[in-house]
Ligand binder design. Structure first.
Ligand code: IPT
Length: 465
């Protein structure tokens, strides 16, 4: 029989969310035209006028980067609305763009639909334009806009409740808004912060630099999300005995700022930096939310596009060949034939290895048959069964008698959806994964070793994939 789940487990939305691995953010709005990141809400709608807005260009960038979900800022804290909302005049309908007939949210959701990308929305809870901010009237206004967006633009995959400046918004307000999300878009993931903590499917990671903790548990005590200050470590690492399953979504911009500034064209994150962020977010049991700032024309710059092309080339090239596939594998405490050790090497998520219920530790020995050199190692737990393994290390050997620890893979704690270790190159014939502690017997669907793809200086990845 299958192992019994232990501790909090993910809901269906969270399981789907984890499988996206990388999702995109688009910060575009009045700030793009005023040169701000945090506009004061006083900018004239006359200033919003993209010359060549093309959301199909945005989605083509995502297609090339292999990114399948994207979040558009519909309204940032300056309050300017990128769609012709019925609930304020501070919107595109009073801008010169398309003579006031334009709708960025519509163009974005249509482009996503055409490209097979899941569309999502950031509707900034904080608002510097609307003088009702923080009152019940504002909560009604926000509720009206939320339902307008959730009713009129097809499936919305995620809603993003930024905690920035949102301290006046009570849990009672969020309760009402969350009810509306659940009623109108039952599958919509909620990024929750501060007073929306109770509805969060995923949490802030505690920084905007793209770095999850080591360990990084999917579980946390919701009070850590609500309080934030004083709980940055908990947001970053999760809490091993946390009462709720709320994994980290790691928001970081490909440029220094969230919005576009021409002077940052020379400061787009390099492929090395993006790879490091990937390893420290997706590779640490989190989802990476990578921001692109479209420019004043309404286009993603080609440099940003090339960098994420290269990132995809690197990810694909590295993980396409598991050097352990076909190896002989045996364990100390196997559960039985339905959960055999070789299930970890079959490249199939639905088959997994499990330890017998009598043990929370195990030793998994892999005989590669011949010498292999690798510098990346990956483990994936069966997340539906909860965080089980809480301590693990990997050693290697030439003869199966004397073992040498891999320093970067020693004393590790969490696994979760995916844990990647980048190490100095190791050449070995045999490997040993030691499960040193657990809340229950291990349940692992993938164990892999890989040689990192080298980085192409030209940043063009298409041909190789
Ligand atoms: C920070 C918020 O406090 C947090 O709740 C979350 O929304 C996060 O932003 C998103 O990056 S504020 C930021 C200036 C660190």
């Amino acid at each position: 029989t299958a192992p019994t789940p232990v501790g909090p487990v993910p809901n269906a939305r969270q399981i789907e969310w984890y499988h996206r691995e990388i999702i995109a953010f688009f910060h575009f709005g009045m700030n793009t035209f005023t040169g701000d990141n945090e506009g004061d809400g006083k900018a004239d709608p006359e200033q919003f006028n993209p010359a060549a807005l093309d959301c199909n260009q945005w989605t083509s960038v995502l297609k090339r980067a292999g990114i399948t979900s994207a979040i558009l800022v519909a309204k940032h804290a300056d309050g300017f609305c990128n769609w012709p909302t019925a609930h304020t005049n501070y919107s595109v309908k009073n801008s010169p763009w398309k003579d006031g007939k334009g709708d960025v949210v519509k163009e974005f959701t249509d482009a996503c639909k055409a490209a097979g990308i899941k569309a999502a929305i950031y509707l900034g809870p904080h608002d510097r334009h609307d003088s009702r901010y923080g009152t019940d009237d504002y909560a009604n206004y926000y509720a009206d806009q939320l339902s307008e967006l959730l009713r009129n633009y097809g499936p919305i995959w995620e809603i993003w409740w930024d905690g920035a400046g949102a301290d006046k918004l009570t849990t009672a307000y969020y309760t009402r808004w969350a009810d509306s999300v659940r009623a109108l878009q039952p599958n919509c993931v909620i990024f929750g912060t501060k007073n929306s903590y109770a509805f969060a499917d995923c949490r802030w990671v505690g920084n905007e630099s793209g770095i999850s903790g080591d360990p990084c548990w999917s579980t946390i005590n919701p009070s850590s999300i609500q309080e934030e200050t004083g709980h940055i470590t908990e947001l970053n690492e999760g809490e091993i005995n946390g009462t709720a399953y709320i994994p980290a979504e790691v928001d970081v911009s490909i440029r220094p700022s969230w919005f576009y500034h021409p002077e940052e064209d020379a400061r787009v994150k390099t492929v090395d930096e993006l790879w490091d962020i990937y390893l420290k977010s997706v590779g640490r049991n989190s989802v990476l939310l990578l921001n692109y700032p479209p420019n004043k024309e309404g286009l993603v710059s080609s440099i940003d596009a090339q960098r994420t092309d290269s990132l995809r080339y690197l990810i694909h090239g590295t993980f396409k060949t598991n050097l352990a596939s076909g190896a002989r594998i045996k364990t100390l405490h196997p559960r039985g034939s339905n959960y055999k050790p070789s299930n970890m090497l079959d490249n199939n998520e639905s088959s997994y290895y499990a330890t017998s219920d009598a043990y929370t530790t195990d030793t998994i020995e892999v005989d590669l048959g011949s010498k292999k050199t690798f510098d990346v190692l990956m483990l994936q737990e069966v997340i539906e069964l909860g965080h089980r393994t809480t301590g693990w290390s990997v050693d290697y050997s030439a003869n199966g008698k004397s073992w040498t620890p891999i320093p970067e893979a020693t004393g590790k704690q969490s696994i979760g959806y995916k844990w990647i270790v980048k190490c100095k190159p190791v050449t070995a014939t045999k490997l040993r994964l030691r499960i040193t502690s657990g809340k229950a017997g291990a349940a692992i669907h993938t164990f892999g070793i890989y040689k990192q793809q080298s980085i192409r200086p030209d940043g063009i990845a298409k041909a190789a994939i």
